[in-house]
Design a binder for this molecule. Structure first.
Ligand SMILES: Nc1ncnc2c1ncn2[C@@H]1O[C@H](COP(=O)(O)OP(=O)(O)OP(=O)(O)O)[C@@H](O)[C@H]1O
Length: 615
């Protein structure tokens, strides 16, 4: 795709934002590229303020169809503005309501956005809330406010600010648009209260939403007469094992005629025929077969015998959607082979056992904000302290961290230059972190779609980005097959050249750090066992014998003296590592070698400023 597309200019304009918010009528003149969509003037005003002077290709293709009331299946590259492609028509609809919301009448959910991960749901909520807040802003002086999203509340709480939960602030007028995120890992009670007060746009992960729906008939009824249903990254939702919850939620949005086909009397009770429902399915990856089936209008009827078996779970799911449109508009502008414009790909071939060293090499050699994907949580747990010992600023992100910690780590990664996020694939989808310079596949992705979505965390909104695939000999065949499924050859991805003399020096550092980490781990484990035994004995009112208390018993546990010696040894190793880390790696500043052997040094493209080599 051509780099000089109009919205490339738009992005750079973001940095020259006008501080003057144009009057709605003027915004129309200032944004000629948005003019034909007849968006509400408030939205034009915010687009102008954001510096979004031109719609992105997926926005310009889907907006007219969405405004016409059509159902849309949209496939476009990562970071291409899909959130607003479905968000703008919804906001436009809500702002164009003939009557403004009143505090006396409870709002009914108009739009339901389903997202596969908590982070993505909160991000979509923040994105749309940013628009909603800006709409309220001019009226805010009259003490109008919109509810804070849960993320904002968490952030404020962690900064010690006094936060009023949900919409509990005193409004002199209700907000024009009310948006709420319903995700796991946060107080369900609080989320129920927010729903009880009434919201226009509900953004949810399927698991938590279904938990709430099971106890809340009134919400189930609201979903039966939705105006908009959106599946953001539908394919990932299916992978996430949320199929049953998702299926149950989608059943609530079926038309009566379809309920009869399901013969599900319980859900039939909630059925309201509401033919104005528009369904939008968006992703960066959606199988071509599925798109073809949708185009052909092939949709097996639920419950009918003898229907042909769908090719995949995703196909099954999408074909269960009750599109009101006989032929949903399928817009596929995803790039060939899934490679986003602005993304430079590369690979390193090395032994699995050497990946830590190569990773450390890359992080030092090419400073920037790097997102490293691993396939296991154990791998992240191992690598985090190791990189920490090597003075690399790392933040872990995986599903076994508390939600608060997940958001905190994500925020720290966003705000710390030259930092590293070590993540599982929960970070692969949808996360919009503006300045990720590098995506590193420490372990190869398990599918071509995951490969595309991981890479999509960099080179977003026409910026440049770099991805590195770390490939061990036993992974080569899988990589080949993965690329083949994208219609690509593995020779397409150039190998980066590595300065071997430098690698040797880094190897010594990594080995020492590993030694320290193992020693620390042993000490921690011994302390943990001792504390556990003590607590268990106290709970059972048993006295432990003196040998155990002094630390030496028959089971070969270390004595206090031995522990002291181990601590001293670890401290000495740490001092040695500190000394090693303080030594410059190369005497003469920047190396003349670049990240690929090609004639054009990619590193110049990606890394702004000088790459200092002395760490
Ligand atoms: N018209 C526009 N002009 C400039 N920037 C835009 C425009 N629309 C959206 N953006 C910005 O582009 C970035 C990416 O948008 P978004 O997160 O919606 O992408 P996406 O297509 O959903 O990506 P993914 O497939 O990874 O989920 C966001 O920071 C968003 O604010």
């Amino acid at each position: 795709m051509c780099l000089c597309r109009p919205y490339h200019l738009t992005v750079s304009n973001q940095y020259h934002k006008s501080h003057l918010v144009a009057h709605p009528s003027k915004a129309k003149l200032l944004l000629p590229n948005w003019h034909s969509y007849s968006l509400h003037p408030h939205l034009l005003q915010i687009l102008h303020h954001q510096g979004f002077t031109t719609p992105t290709p997926i926005q310009s293709k889907s907006l007219p169809k969405a405004m016409e009331g059509r159902d849309i299946v949209g496939v476009a590259e990562t970071g291409s503005g899909k959130t607003l492609a479905y968000g703008l028509p919804i906001l436009h609809h809500l702002l164009s309501r003939s009557r403004h919301p009143s505090s006396k009448v409870k709002r009914q959910v108009q739009a339901l956005v389903l997202a596969p991960t908590r982070e993505l749901a909160l991000q979509v909520s923040d994105h749309l809330n940013m628009f909603a807040r800006s709409i309220e802003a001019p009226i805010k002086e009259e003490t109008l406010d919109v509810e804070l999203s849960e993320t904002q509340q968490l952030k404020d709480k962690s900064k010690g600010k006094n936060v009023v939960s949900g919409t509990a602030k005193t409004f002199s007028k209700p907000p024009l648009v009310s948006i709420a995120a319903i995700v796991g890992g946060m107080s369900a009670q609080k989320q129920r209260r927010i729903i009880d007060r009434g919201v226009d746009i509900l953004i949810a992960t399927p698991g938590r939403l279904w938990d709430i729906l099971e106890e809340d008939d009134s919400l189930a009824k609201q979903l039966a007469s939705l105006r908009y249903l959106i599946l953001d990254e539908a394919d990932r939702m299916v992978e996430n094992g949320h199929f049953a919850e998702l299926d149950n939620i989608l059943r609530l949005t079926l038309r009566l005629s379809r309920f009869f086909e399901t013969q599900d009397t319980e859900v039939q009770a909630h059925a309201e025929t509401e033919d104005a429902l528009q369904t939008f399915v968006f992703s960066a990856t959606l199988s071509k077969d599925l798109q073809r089936d949708l185009k052909k209008g092939y949709r097996p009827r639920i419950g009918k015998k003898g229907r042909s078996k769908p090719a995949s779970t995703l196909e099954d799911l999408v074909l269960r959607l009750d599109f009101r449109d006989a032929n949903p508009e399928v817009i596929d502008i995803s790039p060939e082979g899934g490679v986003v414009s602005g993304l430079q790909e590369s690979k390193i071939e090395c032994l699995s056992a050497d990946k830590d060293i190569y990773l450390y090499y890359f992080l030092l050699r090419y400073p920037g904000r790097s997102l490293v994907f691993l396939s296991s949580i154990d791998g992240i747990r191992r690598l985090t302290p190791l990189m920490d010992l090597l003075n690399v600023k790392v933040f872990p992100l995986h599903s076994q961290l508390e939600q608060r910690q997940r958001l905190k780590n994500l925020d720290r990664f966003k705000s710390t230059p030259n930092s590293v996020l070590l993540a599982t694939d929960i970070a692969a989808r949808g996360l919009d972190i503006p300045a990720v310079d590098h995506v590193i596949h420490y372990q190869i992705p398990r599918s071509a779609d995951t490969f595309i979505h991981r890479n999509g965390r960099t080179a977003r909104a026409m910026r440049k980005g770099f991805s590195l695939l770390m490939c061990a000999p036993d992974e080569r065949r899988v990589v080949k097959a993965l690329l083949l499924s994208l219609g690509r050859d593995d020779a397409d991805i150039p190998e980066i050249s590595v300065e071997l003399n430098l690698l040797d020096k880094l190897k010594a550092r990594v080995q020492l750090a590993r030694q320290i980490d193992t020693a620390q781990h042993k000490i921690k484990k011994a302390n943990h066992e001792r504390t556990w035994m003590k607590e268990a004995a106290e709970a059972m009112e048993i006295e432990l014998d003196s040998d155990f208390m002094s630390g030496s018993d028959d089971e070969g546990k270390p004595s206090k003296q031995q522990t002291k010696m181990k601590n001293a040894k670890t401290a000495a190793l740490k001092a040695e590592l500190r000394e090693m880390l303080s030594q410059p790696l190369v005497a003469r500043g920047i190396s003349t070698r670049y990240i690929t052997s090609g004639s054009r040094p990619i590193v110049d493209d990606i890394i702004a400023g000088e790459c200092k080599f002395v760490v």
